[in-house]
Design a protein. Structure first.
Length: 583
C-alpha cells in the first residue's frame, strides 16, 4: 500500500502540472466569476471531464499479480482495477461550476472509466458522475466564497473516494476479492485525491491573488498618474501644459517617449525621437485620425503606421489614448515604445484605465466649470431683477417733481445718475466690500429722502472695522425698499427705519427694523424663500437677496424675519468676515 501511495503521489505531480496550465486559460477565469450559461456549462463540463480522463490515465493498474505502473492504459482485464485520480477533476468541476458542471464532467470521465473495463467498471463509472453532482450541491453551502478554501476542499475530497469504494463493495464481486482490492487501493486513493483537490484549490486561490494584486497595483498606478496629470490638462491643451503632462507620463509609464497633441497638431514630445518629432507638426497618420474620430484606444506598429518618415527613428510601436472631455475628443496622448513586444497586456490595461480616468476627470472638471458659469449667470440674472423696480419708481417721482419743483427734480436726477454708476460697478463682481455696499445704499437713501421726506426717517449705525468684509452687492437696498413699500406704505408720517451693522469676532451682523405693519402670518414662514409677485411689496427683490446670500455666503447667512411685539418688522442676517483677497 505504501508503494502504491508513493506511485500515485508521483502521478499526482503530473496531474497538478495540468491543473496549473488550466488556471491560465481565460475560459477558466469565467468559471471563477460565475459567468455560467448553457454554452459555458457544456464547455466547462468537457474541460473538467477531460481533466478527469487525464486523472484516470495517471492512475495505477492493480491486479492479483501486483501493480502495473504503465502510464497509458487502454483496456483492463476482468481481474484488474485502476487506482486513479479521476475524481479530482470531477470534484473541482462540481465545486467551481455547480451540480450541472460536476455531473457533466462526471458523465464524460465516468463513461471513459466504464469503457476501460475491469471488474469495477460499473460501480466506478456510476460513482464518478454521482460524486460530481454531490460536490456541486455541497458547493452551494460555500457560494459566498469565490474559491472554496483548501481545508474545506481537503475535507470534501476525502469523501469522494469513500463513495466510490462503497459502491464498489456493494455492486462488484466476489466479496472477498473486492474487500482485498478495496483494502489495497482505498487509503492511497483517499490520500492522493483529497490532497490533489486541496492543492488544486490552493493553486487557483494563489493565481487569483496574484491577478488581483497586479490589477490593484495597475489601478493604483493609473489613479496616481491621472491625479497628477489632471491639473495640467484642466488648464487646456497648450504647449506648456502638454509639455508638463508629457514629462510626467514618461516618468511614470516608463515609455521610450510620450507625445501630447490636440486635434490638429503636435504640442509636445518628450523622450526618444524628440530631434525630429517637433511641436507644431500637423497630424499625419491615419492611426491618429482614427483615434480622434473613433474616441477609442489605438495601437500602431512600424514607423509608417505612426506617421514617422524619419528612417533612423528608434520608435517602432505606440499606444494612442484619446483625451475626451464631455463626450468629444480634444486631443491625443501617444505612448511610444522601441519594440512592438514591449506593448503587453499590462501596458494595454494601464492605457485603457488611464484613458477612462482622464476622460472622467475631464468631464467632471467641465461639469464643475459649467455649474460655476450657470451659477454666475443665475446670480447676474438675480442682480438684474432687483433694480428695475427702484428705477421705475424713481423715474415716476422725477416726472412728478418736474411739474412741482424742477430744481429738486434736477437734484434727484443727479442722485439717480450717481446711484446707477455705483450700481454698474457693484454688479460686475459677485462680492463687494461692505463699505462699497454702504456707499451704494447712501446714494439710494439720498433719493428716497427726497421722495418720502415727510413719511419716514431712516437712521444707520455702523461699527468701525466692518468695511473690509465681503457681501453680495445690492443686498441692503432691496431690504430697505421692501420696508418702505410694504411696511410703511400705510403711514403718512411717523415712519422709522433703522439699520444697525455690528461686528463680532467671526461675522458681521445686520439688523434692519421698521415700525410699520409687519408681515402677515401667511407670508412670514415663506418670505425670502420663494418669490412673491403682485401687490405693492418687493417680494421678488427680497427673494433674490436671500438667494444670493445663501449661494455665496452659505445657509447660515439667510435672511431671518420676525414681527416685533410693539409693531413692525425685524430682519437680520449675518455674514462671515471674508476679506477681499480671499474672496
Amino acid at each position: 500500500m505504501d508503494n502504491l501511495t508513493l506511485l500515485l503521489i508521483e502521478r499526482m505531480g503530473i496531474l497538478l502540472t495540468l491543473a496549473f496550465i488550466l488556471t491560465r486559460i481565460p475560459l477558466f477565469r469565467q468559471l471563477l466569476d460565475r459567468e455560467l450559461h448553457m454554452g459555458t456549462s457544456i464547455a466547462f463540463s468537457v474541460m473538467f471531464g477531460l481533466f478527469g480522463i487525464a486523472g484516470t490515465y495517471a492512475g495505477v493498474v492493480v491486479g492479483e499479480a501486483g501493480y502495473v505502473p504503465s502510464f497509458w492504459i487502454f483496456q483492463l482485464n476482468a481481474s484488474e482495477i485502476i487506482a486513479n485520480s479521476t475524481l479530482v477533476g470531477v470534484v473541482i468541476g462540481g465545486l467551481l461550476g455547480g451540480p450541472l458542471v460536476g455531473m457533466g464532467a462526471g458523465i464524460i470521465a465516468g463513461f471513459h472509466v466504464f469503457h476501460m473495463g475491469g471488474f469495477g467498471a460499473l460501480p466506478i463509472g456510476l460513482s464518478v458522475p454521482l460524486t460530481g453532482l454531490l460536490a456541486g450541491y455541497v458547493a452551494r453551502f460555500f457560494s459566498q466564497e469565490r474559491v472554496i478554501s483548501p481545508s474545506k476542499a481537503l475535507f470534501i475530497g476525502m469523501f469522494a473516494p469513500v463513495i466510490q469504494m462503497s459502491l464498489l463493495l456493494i455492486m462488484a464481486g466476489p466479496p472477498d476479492f473486492i474487500r482485498t482490492m478495496v483494502n489495497i487501493i482505498g487509503v492511497p486513493m483517499v490520500l492522493t485525491n483529497s490532497i490533489s483537490i486541496a492543492i488544486f484549490t490552493t493553486m487557483i486561490r494563489v493565481a487569483l491573488q496574484e491577478e488581483e494584486r497586479s490589477a490593484a497595483l495597475e489601478a493604483e498606478r493609473a489613479f496616481k498618474i491621472a491625479e497628477r496629470i489632471q491639473p495640467h490638462l484642466k488648464m487646456g491643451l497648450t504647449p506648456q501644459t502638454a509639455q508638463a503632462a508629457a514629462l510626467l507620463l514618461q516618468r511614470e509609464v516608463k515609455a521610450a517617449a510620450v507625445a501630447v497633441m490636440d486635434r490638429k497638431q503636435l504640442l509636445a514630445h518628450v523622450g526618444a525621437g524628440a530631434d525630429h518629432h517637433l511641436p507644431g507638426e500637423m497630424l499625419l497618420s491615419d492611426l491618429e485620425r482614427r483615434a480622434i474620430y473613433s474616441g477609442g484606444i489605438e495601437k500602431g506598429f512600424g514607423r509608417e503606421s505612426m506617421g514617422c518618415s524619419h528612417k533612423n527613428c528608434t520608435l517602432q510601436a505606440s499606444i494612442l489614448l484619446p483625451i475626451r472631455e464631455g463626450g468629444s475628443v480634444i486631443g491625443l496622448i501617444k505612448l511610444y515604445f522601441r519594440r512592438p513586444q514591449q506593448i503587453g497586456k499590462v501596458e494595454e490595461a494601464l492605457a485603457r484605465g488611464l484613458s477612462n480616468l482622464i476622460a472622467n476627470q475631464m468631464t467632471l472638471a467641465l461639469t464643475e466649470k459649467m455649474k460655476g458659469l450657470m451659477k454666475d449667470a443665475e446670480l447676474r440674472m438675480l442682480q438684474a431683477q432687483i433694480h428695475p423696480h427702484f428705477l421705475f419708481n424713481t423715474l415716476n417721482s422725477i416726472v412728478t417733481l418736474i411739474r412741482i419743483d424742477p430744481q429738486l427734480a434736477r437734484h434727484m436726477t443727479i442722485q439717480l445718475g450717481t446711484f446707477m454708476r455705483l450700481n454698474l460697478k457693484l454688479t460686475s463682481s459677485p462680492l463687494v466690500s461692505v463699505q462699497q455696499e454702504l456707499d451704494h445704499l447712501y446714494a439710494y437713501l439720498e433719493i428716497v429722502r427726497i421722495r418720502f421726506s415727510e413719511q419716514f426717517v431712516i437712521t444707520c449705525q455702523v461699527d468701525d472695522g466692518v468695511g473690509e468684509a465681503m457681501i453680495p452687492p445690492g443686498t441692503l437696498q432691496p431690504l430697505i425698499e421692501n420696508s418702505i413699500h410694504h411696511g410703511l406704505s400705510h403711514m403718512t408720517t411717523g415712519g422709522e427705519i433703522s439699520l444697525t451693522v455690528k461686528k463680532t469676532a467671526a461675522q458681521i451682523v445686520f439688523d434692519l427694523e421698521d415700525n410699520g405693519r409687519g408681515i402677515s402670518d401667511e407670508l412670514l414662514p415663506i418670505l425670502g424663500s420663494v418669490p412673491m409677485k403682485g401687490g405693492d411689496g418687493n417680494g421678488i427683490g427680497v427673494h433674490n437677496v436671500n438667494s444670493r446670500l445663501v449661494s455665496l455666503m452659505g445657509p447660515s447667512a439667510k435672511l431671518v424675519f420676525r414681527n416685533k411685539p410693539e409693531g413692525g418688522c425685524h430682519i437680520t442676517f449675518a455674514i462671515p468676515i471674508q476679506k477681499e483677497e480671499s474672496a
